[in-house]
Structure formats: C-alpha cells, structure tokens
Design a protein around this ligand. Structure first.
Ligand code: SF4
Ligand code: SF4
Length: 332
C-alpha cells in the first residue's frame, strides 16, 4: 500500500546502551520527544520476543496509513511516500550499544564525561543476531543497511565475529566509522567484497595537529592502517578518509594540503568533508568567508586530484551560503 512512512518504522532497529529504539534519528526533531522512538526499555542484550516489536511496528504503520505520526517523527527527513510491503522483517540496523573508544577527539560528545562513557559495558549482540538469522527475521534487500555507531567498533569483543557473520550471510551496505587506530581483518575483508564502507576521520595532515585534536599518539599507526585498508579494498572505493574542519585548530591551507598529501601517498581514492558540529551549531547561519573558502578549496582540490568527495550536510550548508566577501586568506 502507498503511504508516507520510513524504513526504520517498517524494518529498523537500533540497539542502544540500555534500550532498543526504532532508529537513532529521533533527536533530529528535538531532544524532548526522541524518547518516543524507544520500543524496549532496560534492554541489555537479552533474547526477546520479536512479536512484541513487530506489534509496535504494526501499530505505527497503521497510524502512518492514516497520516498520524509521533512528534519525534513528524518532520523527519526519512519519511517518504512509497508502496510499503506488509511483511514483518528487519533489514535496517544501527548498533549503538557501547560508547567506549580508543581515541579522545576533543569534539566528541563523550568528552563531557569520558570516564563514564568508557565504563559502559557492551552487551552480547552476536547471539541476538544469530538468533535473528535462524528465525528468518533478517531479510536482505537492496535497501538493507547495517550501521555501526558507538564508540569505536573495532574494540568491541564480538566485532569481528559479528562482521564475519553478516558477511557470511551475504549482507552488504555495512557502514562503519572507525578511529583507524586498530586494524580489523574483517573490515578489510568486507572492503574487498564491496560489502563494507569505512570512514576514518584523521582531520589533520601532521602528527602535531592530530595529537591536538585526537589526544592520542597514533598518527603514524592510523595512516599505516589506512594504507592497508586502501590496498585491501575492491574497485568501488568504499574507504573514505574524512577531514572535519575545526575552526581555530585545523582550518588552514597548510594543514589541508598536508592532509591531501597523506591521502594520495597512502593510496586513498575517496574523501569526506565536514565541519565541526559545535562550531556549526553555534554559527549557523552566520558562517565565515574563511570556512566557505576552505570547503570550496577542498572541493576543487579533490577534483584536481581525482578523488571522490562526499560533503556532509554541515559543510553543504556552508557552501549554499555563497555570497561571502573574499577573505584575506582566499586561495581563489
Ligand atoms: S520517521 Fe524518522 S525519527 Fe521516526 S522512526 Fe522514522 S527515521 Fe526514526
Ligand atoms: S573516534 Fe569517534 S567515538 Fe572516538 S573519540 Fe573520536 S569522535 Fe568520539
């Protein structure tokens, strides 16, 4: 039946540190209502009855057919009109059941209380996913996606086992963000198969800036691992190295050019570009000409170097405001 709904209400699940949710996007409509996307509270890795979850989804789908939406969903960008099938299955996952990380990015939300975020225990997800495959709850479709949030995924005890299971079952579109500090053979395998896309944010082209932002001594190691992943990947360039423009820290052409040098030197073919979230939130819509020019410069440079470029929505928003006066540091 044709109606406006979303993949996550129909087929999605998010595993969080202490609950299950429909998705991880409820916060986009405001922190006050995001709790409405919770479908099971106090959850810590127990096997549960999927009929309970599908009953909640059925109720929401019926509401969507009548044009009724949760406040947390009303203006969501993921709502769209299509012919939704009636079958109950899961093909959208977000794993956010841990927050521990082997890096200390100064812009990370976990920096509010790193000790607390690093102390949350991960729960066992491998048996849950295995059980889902056994019961036929997971269905692979063209639209399937598996997202690892976190925390740093490669330090999860079950990470390689879980990835191997998804790969074994032929799953694709597995999206992983990693600090790049720990090399994972299963990620390399997934890159080779074209089943995993990996983003590693280095934000710097030299050790000093890296250590200032990341607060760990791992610059060399991370680029070594990037080089290994770049070698392992198949033809579709699913490894992306990211630069988050962080005003006052790495927003200068010298750093940006050094970063491009590392990208090329280490065999990377695709890059991503974003703007630090807090800076973005406090400055929008009054961005500076300097940031605009640096984003435009990185876009131009990527093209010149033959790199695929993905621009995140924050940087795109800056680019859209193209009426800036030229700055003193302009490279154009
Ligand atoms: S409409 Fe948006 S917030 Fe609501 S369940 Fe779907 S993706 Fe999540
Ligand atoms: S790598 Fe990601 S999770 Fe880890 S500290 Fe940096 S931003 Fe946070």
């Amino acid at each position: 039946m044709q109606y406006k709904s979303c993949q996550w209400v129909n087929r999605g699940i998010e595993f969080r540190t202490n609950e299950l949710r429909l998705c991880c996007y409820g916060y986009l409509q405001g922190r006050e209502t995001e709790y409405q996307t919770t479908i099971k509270e106090n959850y810590h890795g127990e096997i549960f009855d999927w009929n309970e979850i599908f009953a909640i989804k059925e109720k929401l789908k019926e509401q969507h057919k009548q044009g009724i939406y949760l406040d947390a969903c009303k203006d969501c960008i993921y709502l769209h009109e299509k012919d939704w099938d009636e079958e109950n299955y899961i093909n959208h996952f977000t794993f956010n059941h841990w927050t521990k990380c082997n890096c200390n990015c100064t812009y990370c939300y976990t920096m509010d209380d790193k000790k607390k975020f690093n102390s949350y225990k991960e729960y066992h997800l491998y048996p849950i996913v295995k059980d889902m495959f056994k019961k036929g709850i997971i269905k692979k479709t063209e639209e399937s996606c598996i997202i690892f949030g976190g925390g740093e995924p490669t330090i999860l005890k079950e990470f390689d086992k879980l990835i191997d299971l998804f790969l074994e079952k032929g799953c694709k579109n597995i999206r992983i963000n990693s600090s790049g500090i720990k090399f994972s053979k299963s990620i390399a395998k997934g890159l080779k198969l074209g089943a995993i896309s990996l983003v590693i944010s280095t934000d710097s082209g030299c050790k000093e800036t890296y250590e200032k932002i990341k607060q760990v001594k791992a610059y060399k190691k991370v680029w070594e691992n990037i080089r290994k992943y770049a070698k392992a990947q198949g033809e579709n360039n699913l490894l992306k190295v990211k630069y988050i423009l962080y005003p006052g820290v790495n927003d200068n052409y010298e750093e940006i050019n050094k970063w491009f040098d590392e990208v090329i030197k280490n065999g990377v073919k695709a890059v991503s570009l974003s703007v630090e979230q807090d800076w973005y939130n406090t400055h929008q819509p009054d961005f500076t000409p300097e940031i605009y020019e640096q984003i435009a410069y990185m876009e131009k440079r990527s093209k010149e170097l033959g790199l695929e470029l993905e621009i995140y929505c924050e940087a795109l928003a800056v680019l859209r405001e193209s009426n800036f006066p030229k700055s003193d540091k302009s490279q154009f």
